[in-house]
Structure formats: structure tokens, C-alpha cells
Design a protein around this ligand. Structure first.
Ligand code: 6PG
Length: 465
């Protein structure tokens, strides 16, 4: 009576995924290592706590866990990304048989995933790097799942992943084969990059409304009346957060303004620099988090360079229009980034499918994402899509005005400013980069191409002659 599917690592996400699988009728085996000095057996204690785990098998000895699984074994790792994954693989691999499949469901770096996949393939084992989004609740009720690796191995785990995934509006699973190697984890990394910018934009609008004198309830009220096009999971949770009271005050007022991070925004920014794509909203939101972390510096600098924040005189409708457009730009940049990565790494990513699995279960699900599913079918860059370009035409004056007014009012809006700067840059055929090329050629003989030489040949000038 062996189990169909195994899970290693009973942290918050691992536990939720176990319950999700078991509640879909999958016979599972669960393993968590014994914590030295502790009496309890984490896996069997967990099994006792939930009715749906009645038929699940629980272990704290790895070899027994491995023997409890049907072959080829399918083992989902939910352990902390980083060296813990290598440590588990090192212990686990010698116990496995040819064609067994290890699935890493954490936020691992895509290059680590590619390395682990080739290491394990030498031993005849499969390794699937699988992005999972949706937090604890998503893992329990249906996350969005982004698996990458060997297609035949994927086919064997597909039924299980599809069972536990969220459903899109047509009742299809929010899970799709992303591509080979580290493409699943790359896609999850980019999801988080988009998430960082979406969160930062909401934070900037919170600041704008705060400066206008609105209290958190009023801001929540304004946001809840926004147009259907701006609706998203992150907007919804922001409204809940703003309304949360503690005693006579709002809880948000008690939270220290230093943003943390676990690294995926940092990786996305590095990857975008390596690929040579301008993902300026993601980078802007990452650096805004870093700036926030220098709380002491901000305190000291404010004493010497006090700057009075003042309310911007822009209507709520225009402010919400600016928000809508900044989100569109964030998604334009995000999907452009994926498209470039797909071409560079030869992953043949299906961008429309990726948008589809991001319409539910994940943190960046939104009405906009829903619309992008069809728009991305054409294969063109999003910015050229007629619906997007007409939205840009309509909303751009509001975004320009909000950013200009914020700068005059000393309100820091790094992500919003990146949005308008990107838009102004991308919609100008004429850029000042000719001067950059001339400077490079002047001091380093790096050469330049000429507009009047269609051959594309590179020229050099002796600038002082
Ligand atoms: C998700 C989240 C999840 C997690 C991030 C947060 O899709 O479910 O993105 O993966 O909350 O790791 O990242 P930071 O700690 O870097 O904000």
C-alpha cells in the first residue's frame, strides 16, 4: 500500500500542500527530519491534526519515507531555497532509483536549478524546478504552479500538480509546463519581480493619499472604488490591511517602515541587467525597499535636509488613472523581459499561457492579467497591442501630471517615475544615445554606427584632429 506522491519539508507551505493533495484523494507520504532535542515527530504530529491526512504516511527517517513511495518516485521538496536544497539532494539521491523525480517547489535561483538538474541527470534522476505562488492560503486551496525541466518527467507529475492548482475562469488548472531547465524557477522569479513593483506602486499611492490628509480608512475607501481594470489581489489585501485597527489606531501606523526581502527581486534585477532588458520598475521597487531599510540614515538626513511633504492637487480619478497606467507599464516590462529570456535561453516560453496561470492562485492575479492572456496570443510586444496603446494614450496625461506634482511636493515616487520615464523613452524614435556613442568613441575608440551608412559598419573618429 505505497504512496503515490511524497513531500519533504513540513514548514508552512509544505504542510498546506500536503493537506491540499490529501484532500484531493492523493495517497501521500510526508517527511520532516527529526529536530534534535525535541520529543515530537513533526510529520506524525501533523498527520494527527488533520482529518484529510488520515491515509497519509508520516516519517522522520528518510530511507523509510523513500521506500514508502511507488516507483518512479515523485518527491516534492518544500525546504528553504539555497544550501538546504543541496543538502537534502545529497542525502536523498543515493536512496533513489533510476527515473525517480525530485521537484523543488521553493523559490530557488534558476541557475541553481539548472545545475541540480544536470547533476541529477548524470545519476539517471529527474529534477523539476517548480515555481509555486500563492502563499500559505494558495498552497492550501490552490496555488499557481510553474514547473520547468524534462517534459517526460513533467508528464508523470502533471496530474498531481493540476489537481492541487488553482483554477482559471474556464476551470483549467493554473499550472502549465513552462519549459526546460531552470525556466520554471525563472518564471517564478519574474512573477516576484512584477509583485515587487505592484507592491511598491501601492505603497507610493498610499503615500500620496496620506499626504493629502486621508486616513487609512479613507484610503481604503478610495481604493475600493477604483475602476474594475485596476482590481487585483494585491489591491484587495491592501484595502484589508489599511482597514485593520489596533486599539484606537490603525495597525499600519504601528508597523516599522523598513521593507525586508528574501532575494527574488534582487535576482530579477540582476537577471534583467544580464539580459540587457530595461526592467526599470522592478529595479526601482527593489531599490526603494533597500532605501527604506536605511531607516537611521533617513532619520539623520531628515534632520539636516528637512523636506516638507505637501498634498498634490490632482483629482482622485486622475491619481487612479496614473496607478492604472503604471501597472500596465509594469506588465509590459515584465512580459518583455520574459520574451527576451525565452529567446536568449531558447525556452520557447508561451507568454499567453504564463499569463493564464497567473490569473488565479498567485500573488499577482488581477483583472489586467486576465486581459493579457488574449493580448499575448499575437506574439507582439504588449505595448504595440491596440488595446494597450489606446489605454496608454488615454491615461498618460494623468501619470505625467501625478509624477510631476509628486516631485514638486517632495513625495518620493521611484516606481511611478520609472513608469513615465520608460514610456517617454520607448515612445521616442530619437534618443540622445548618439552622444553616448560619441563619448565612448572619444575616450575609448569604441566606434559607432552612422545613420547615413546603411551597411551598419562601425566607424571611428580621431576627435582631436
Ligand atoms: C508568492 C510570493 C512568495 C513569497 C516571496 C516574498 O508568489 O507566493 O512571492 O514567493 O512571499 O518570497 O518575497 P520577499 O520576501 O522577497 O518579499
Amino acid at each position: 500500500d505505497q504512496a503515490e506522491f511524497g513531500l519533504i519539508g513540513l514548514g508552512v507551505m509544505g504542510k498546506s500542500l500536503c493537506r491540499n493533495l490529501a484532500s484531493k484523494g492523493v495517497k501521500i507520504s510526508m517527511f520532516n527530519r527529526h529536530v534534535p532535542g525535541k520529543e515530537e515527530n513533526i510529520a506524525s504530529d501533523f498527520k494527527q491534526q488533520h482529518k484529510e491526512l488520515e491515509n497519509a504516511l508520516a516519517f522522520d527517517e528518510l530511507h523509510k519515507f523513500v521506500s514508502s513511495l511507488q516507483q518512479p518516485r515523485k518527491i516534492f521538496l518544500m525546504v528553504n531555497a539555497g544550501s538546504a536544497i543541496d543538502a537534502v539532494i545529497e542525502e536523498l539521491a543515493p536512496l533513489l532509483s533510476k527515473n525517480d523525480i525530485i521537484i523543488d517547489g521553493g523559490n530557488s535561483h534558476y541557475e541553481d536549478t539548472a545545475r541540480r538538474e544536470s547533476l541529477l541527470s548524470e545519476k539517471g534522476l529527474f529534477f523539476i524546478g517548480c515555481g509555486v505562488s500563492g502563499g500559505e492560503e494558495g498552497a492550501l486551496k490552490g496555488p499557481s504552479i510553474m514547473p520547468g525541466g524534462d517534459l517526460q518527467a513533467y508528464d508523470l507529475i502533471k496530474p498531481y500538480l493540476e489537481k492541487i492548482a488553482a483554477r482559471d475562469k474556464n476551470d483549467n488548472a493554473c499550472c502549465t509546463y513552462i519549459g526546460k531547465s531552470g525556466s520554471g524557477h525563472f518564471t517564478k522569479m519574474l512573477h516576484n519581480g512584477i509583485e515587487y513593483a505592484e507592491m511598491q506602486l501601492l505603497a507610493e499611492f498610499y503615500q500620496i493619499f496620506k499626504t493629502k490628509g486621508n486616513n487609512p480608512d479613507e484610503i481604503a475607501e478610495i481604493l475600493s472604488k477604483s475602476d474594475v481594470d485596476t482590481q487585483s489581489y494585491l489591491l484587495e489585501i491592501t484595502i484589508d490591511i489599511l482597514k485593520k485597527r489596533e486599539g484606537n489606531d490603525w495597525l499600519i501606523h504601528k508597523i516599522l517602515d523598513k521593507a525586508g526581502n528574501k532575494g527574488t527581486g534582487n535576482w530579477t534585477t540582476i537577471a534583467s541587467a544580464q539580459l540587457g532588458v530595461p526592467s526599470t520598475l522592478i529595479a526601482g521597487s527593489l531599490f526603494a525597499r533597500y532605501l527604506s531599510a536605511f531607516k537611521d540614515d533617513r532619520d539623520r538626513v531628515q534632520n539636516i535636509l528637512p523636506s516638507e511633504l505637501s498634498a498634490i492637487e490632482v483629482s482622485i480619478d486622475h491619481i487612479l488613472e496614473a496607478y492604472q497606467l503604471a501597472r500596465i507599464i509594469n506588465h509590459i516590462q515584465g512580459f518583455k523581459f520574459l520574451k527576451e529570456a525565452s529567446e536568449t535561453y531558447k525556452w520557447s516560453l508561451n507568454l499567453s499561457e504564463i499569463a493564464r496561470i497567473w490569473t488565479n492562485g498567485c500573488i499577482i492575479r488581477s483583472e489586467l492579467m486576465e486581459k493579457l492572456v488574449d493580448m499575448l496570443k499575437s506574439g507582439d510586444d504588449l505595448i504595440l497591442h491596440t488595446e494597450i496603446s489606446s489605454s496608454i494614450k488615454k491615461l498618460k496625461p494623468a501619470l505625467s501630471k501625478v509624477v510631476a506634482k509628486c516631485i514638486e511636493s517632495n513625495i518620493a515616487v521611484p516606481c511611478l517615475s520609472e513608469a513615465i520615464n520608460f514610456l517617454n523613452g520607448i515612445s521616442q524614435a530619437d534618443s540622445p544615445a548618439n552622444l553616448i556613442q560619441a563619448q565612448r568613441d572619444y575616450f575609448g575608440a569604441h566606434t559607432y554606427q552612422r545613420v547615413d551608412d546603411k551597411s551598419g559598419k562601425f566607424h571611428h573618429t580621431e576627435w582631436l584632429k
